[in-house]
Design a protein around this ligand. Structure first.
Ligand code: TPP
Ligand code: SF4
Ligand code: MG
Length: 348
């Protein structure tokens, strides 16, 4: 009897015909169980699901285990591993040279809040279009686990050393300085982090996401406030984060009384279902106040704290040519002797 040949199902593809494999990078060399690996997975899924061409993405980072992680996602994208703490200036140059690139910067709490702080604050106030992720484990993982400036007062190293200095809250800072999409998530909160990353891709301006990302080797013990157990026990989501991309056009019912609906630049919808209170994610002042209260209460608050879709991005402010600077032809960027003569004449 003839057997019917079994056909293998076609691999699943996204809206531009690519498979999730097309968004993968090299094999990770980070410790098994490191939170940074989970964040790489979410980045892969978010870019795949949003259907972004990998060649249109530039991955920027500094130095640290976190800053190594761009090697482990989107191997077809552009990539630049800068000097420690200097990723913002290199990213700014790249974004101005080619404003069509989707910029994603991956940094660590040490890379950002210590050596890179000067660069970080200026990046935030410029509102450069970039997704800036801090993979925040409260320690310098790569150099064997010293406290970083985001470690909470009272948290303890394995050696018994207790941190007595106040933590820098990078979200509060970013909101005060002018970033236009600021949130905090947890590498173990797959649904929330995925939705936030997709919304970040749809945003035009600086997205600053502080993602608590436990370091299993140096900071995952009792007494740490950046451990898996601590986050599982203390994570306090401000809202249920949902994202509806513009190309899905799904009419999801929501109650405007309990859900804040934010329309992103590309027409996608970010829907924040309030879980605990009347929180307005478009108000900078109350966002900072809520973050400060959360520290006093000892909560590990997560969610999208602040969004502003109206403020001009740095590239919009500079009124750059439609054609990216990097793609302009020689004759367009060198106006020639006649033009120079005219300028000189106008100065006499
Ligand atoms: C100019 C300079 N100073 C110091 C170092 C040493 N160093 C390497 S990584 C690092 C901190 C990394 O911490 P973080 O950014 O939190 O990344 P993690 O490894 O925790 O992911 C330091 C201080 C360096 N590489 N370069
Ligand atoms: S040392 Fe810590 S931060 Fe670095 S790869 Fe290992 S678990 Fe991750
Ligand atoms: Mg760190």
């Amino acid at each position: 009897m003839a057997t019917t040949p079994t056909s293998t199902p076609a691999p699943k593809t996204n809206r531009i015909g690519l498979q999730v494999l097309d968004y993968r990078g090299g094999k990770t060399t980070l410790c098994a169980g490191c939170g940074h690996n989970a964040i790489s997975e979410r980045i892969i899924d978010a870019f795949y699901e949003m259907g972004i061409q990998p060649e249109n993405v530039a991955k920027m980072s500094g130095i640290g285990c976190s800053s190594k992680s761009p090697a482990y996602f989107m191997g077809r994208s552009h990539s630049f591993n800068t000097v420690h703490g200097r990723m913002p200036s290199v990213a700014t140059g790249a974004a101005l040279a080619n404003k069509r690139l989707v910029m994603i910067g991956v940094s660590g709490d040490g890379d950002t809040a210590s050596i890179g702080m000067g660069q970080f604050v200026h990046l935030m106030r410029r509102n450069l279009p970039i997704i800036y992720i801090i993979e925040d484990n409260g320690v310098y993982g790569l150099t064997k686990g010293q406290f970083s400036a985001t470690a909470d007062v009272g948290s303890k190293l394995k050696t018994g050393v207790i941190n007595e200095l106040p933590a820098i809250d990078t979200c509060t800072l970013a909101i005060q300085l002018g970033a236009t999409f600021v949130g905090r998530s947890f590498s173990g909160d797959k649904k929330q982090l995925q939705a936030m990353l997709k919304a970040a891709i749809a945003h035009n301006g600086t997205v600053m996401l502080d993602v608590i990302s436990p370091c299993v080797t140096f900071n995952d013990h009792e007494g740490s406030t950046k451990s898996y157990k601590y986050m599982k026990d203390h994570e306090e989501p401000l809202h249920d984060v949902n994202f509806v991309p513009h190309f899905e056009n799904i009419e999801v019912d929501y109650d405007p009384g309990t859900t804040a609906n934010i329309t992103m630049h590309d027409g996608s919808s970010l829907r924040l279902k309030k879980l605990e209170e009347d929180y307005d994610p478009t108000n900078r002042v109350t966002a900072v106040k809520r973050l400060m209260e959360s520290h006093e209460k000892g909560e590990a608050l997560t969610g999208v704290f602040f969004v502003d879709t109206q403020k001009s991005s740095f590239t919009d402010l500079l009124n750059l040519s439609d054609e990216p600077l990097a793609l302009l032809r020689q004759e367009q960027i060198r106006p020639g002797k006649e033009v120079l003569d005219k300028v000189m004449e106008s100065l006499t």
